[in-house]
Design a protein around this ligand. Structure first.
Ligand code: ADP
Length: 172
């Protein structure tokens, strides 16, 4: 069965098969959840990201795209890195945020993943309004579920504060 669950917590600690990283175009780490994932997962994740940059995306990961690496020391098996839109400068922030969720779900499904956790992509330093982002996230996940009823995917949306969890719950 395909399901959406909302919780508050640190995504790096979740025992799901894949976690999504709200990365940036460089794939070279950063602050926020990106920094937390690289710190907790150890150096192998960055090595794999560097390799992806050299081979597949020399100019950087475009907004709305996603790539998969191993998860190093994290409880998860895979990290799906996506470049969220920078709200105030991206040409199509809503469209690219939806593309982020969709690409991550497609990659999770393609890798045989049955449980995946998302942080609030672009809702930190990238400045996407949280309620609008939550609506896009949930609508995109539901559309994917309708298209792939056999995916059997358990999706967790991870808030990093009680206030953010409330926003997500209100959009479910
Ligand atoms: P972006 O650059 O895409 O905005 P940020 O990392 O700045 O990415 O923030 C994305 C969201 O992730 C924010 O809502 C932030 O509160 C949340 N966040 C930060 N650290 C963690 C964590 N360890 N686990 C879950 N969510 C986190």
């Amino acid at each position: 069965m395909n399901t959406i669950t909302i919780m508050t917590g640190d995504i790096t600690q979740l025992a799901v098969e894949a976690i999504v990283n709200a990365a940036n175009a460089s794939l070279m780490g950063g602050g926020g959840v990106d920094g937390a994932i690289h710190r907790a997962g150890g150096p192998t994740i960055l090595e794999e990201c560097r390799n992806i940059r050299q081979t597949v995306y020399p100019a950087g990961l475009p907004s709305g795209e996603a790539v998969v690496t191993g998860a190093g020391k994290l409880p998860a098996r895979l990290v799906i890195h996506t470049a969220g839109p920078i709200y105030h400068s991206d040409p199509d922030p809503a469209g690219n945020l939806a593309r982020c969720y969709r690409r991550c779900l497609q990659l999770a499904h393609a890798h045989g993943v049955k449980s995946v956790a998302f942080p609030g992509i672009s809702t930190g330093v990238y400045g996407f309004p949280k309620e609008a982002a939550a609506r896009i996230a949930i609508e995109t996940i539901r559309t994917f579920f309708a298209e792939q009823p056999e995916a059997d995917l358990s999706v967790t949306l991870v808030a990093f504060s009680a206030a953010d969890e409330k926003i997500l719950q209100g959009c479910l």
